[in-house]
Write a protein that binds this ligand. Structure first.
Ligand SMILES: *Cc1c(COP(=O)(O)O)cnc(C)c1O
Length: 408
């Protein structure tokens, strides 16, 4: 039997240990961490809606009106008018005809992908897709192809190898670890040419990219050109839950075949009502999305001033690739001592040799706070013997991954 303590020691030595830190209070730009106030740079609450008074009030009202839990799966007694209204709204927001709520964004991918692909067929996903896409592909029983990150030519090559077998392409719209965007125009064209289905996961892009924060698909002008959009209610929308939006037939099919929808309790009405209020706020006040973009831009500028290599993507996720896992973890620890709470992202979440400090900007950060973040990180890097600018830029980090994939 595998000795779990040995395995934990091994992970520790590799700098891959995880810990769960205790945050008190809501996910604002500053939080109290282990009793000390710090600037928060690792929350998905990008638009500040998780702690918005109107969203909180909507959740409180829903709890009083409908109770806390939904009580049953959607296909049993768990569907409430609230779920249906939110689905209609999400469908419209993502430019689709219908939508289905799931327990979370991960559960949406884990339910939808296996429903749309099966043994004997092929699923193709970007090699840096979210874990729930990768796991959904594995669960499907179809042959799985991981095409090179953002590489439409490699995807085209892989589709040609399918020899006309039914194919499903799955990709993140915006990638959560690098903040870059999939080449959706090319992917849509390939899906058409090869008669493949296309799923785009907009978890990170909703509220951040596109007109009014409608996502990467909308930003590329491709609304209605993607078969299924999946997403989460837990990041920019500040609540909890996930969804898939698509046409009516696909939605009806998913009700019969997505196992994470069939065999799991419906979203709590509290979470649905909060997401609905957040979506309303987002539609009423698109300036939040602009503020997020402007903040991302300022943080990039400040970091560049400190000498860091910052990728060109305009999104609110800013990766600083350090390379070594242990070094990334040390820099993050030193930064935390100085009051900046950022996250070290290490393998297996990112490819070997591309450990990074990942900064998630929020619309609610001030410019002065973002300047402080850059200064603190610059000092922390130097203190740990890492010269900002000596890091691996994201594009080069991907080549490292390609090399490893080919060597394997
Ligand atoms: C966060 C995320 C998910 C998971 O969403 P949850 O609602 O937290 O389960 C799925 N896909 C992508 C691309 C994500 O970034």
């Amino acid at each position: 039997m595998l000795d779990l303590e040995d395995r934990l020691d091994e992970l520790n030595q590799l700098g891959l240990h995880q810990r769960m830190r205790m945050v008190s209070g809501p996910q604002g730009p500053r939080v109290v961490l282990d009793g000390r106030p710090v600037l928060l740079l690792c929350s998905g609450n990008a638009l500040g809606l998780a702690d918005h008074p109107r969203v909180r009030q909507a959740a409180a009202d829903a709890a009083m009106r409908w109770g806390v839990g939904a009580g049953a799966a959607r296909v049993s007694s768990g569907t409430m008018t609230l779920h249906r209204r939110l689905e209609e709204r999400l469908a419209a927001f993502t430019g689709q005809r219908a939508a289905l709520l799931f327990g979370s964004g991960a559960l949406a991918n884990l339910g939808v992908i296996p429903a749309l692909a099966r043994r004997g067929e092929v699923v193709l996903h970007d090699e840096l897709s979210h874990c729930s896409i990768v796991d959904g592909c594995r669960l499907s029983g179809a042959d799985v192809v991981a095409y090179r990150h953002g590489d439409a030519d490699h995807l085209a090559w892989a589709l040609r190898q399918c020899d006309g077998r039914a194919a499903l392409i799955a990709t993140d719209g915006m990638f959560g670890m690098d903040g870059d965007v999939a080449p959706l125009g090319d992917i849509v064209a390939l899906a058409r040419r090869f008669d493949a289905r296309l799923l785009v996961d907009e978890a990170h892009a909703l509220g951040a990219l596109g007109p009014g924060g409608r996502g990467a698909v909308a930003e590329a002008g491709l609304e209605g050109e993607v078969d299924v959009v999946t997403g989460t209610l837990a990041k920019a929308l500040g609540s909890y839950g996930g969804f898939a939006s698509c046409d009516h037939v696909t939605a009806r099919f998913l009700v019969h075949s997505a196992r994470t929808l069939l065999h799991s309790t419906a979203l709590p009405p509290v979470a649905a009502a909060a997401a609905m209020a957040a979506l309303e706020l987002l539609e009423e006040q698109p300036r939040r999305v602009e503020k997020l973009r402007a903040n991302a831009e300022s943080l990039r500028e400040e970091l560049a001033r400190e000498g860091f290599e910052v990728s060109g993507a305009a999104a609110h996720v800013v990766p600083l690739v350090v390379g070594d896992s242990e070094l990334a973890a040390r820099i993050v620890d030193v930064a935390l001592e100085a009051g900046v709470f950022a996250e070290a992202i290490r393998p297996p979440v990112v490819p070997e040799g591309t450990a990074r400090i990942r900064l998630a900007v929020m619309a609610s950060h001030t410019r002065a706070e973002l300047r402080e973040v850059a200064t603190v990180l610059g000092r922390a890097a130097l203190k740990c013997g890492f010269r900002p600018g000596a890091g691996v830029p994201v594009a080069a980090a991907h080549q490292v991954f390609d090399g490893l994939a080919e060597a394997a």
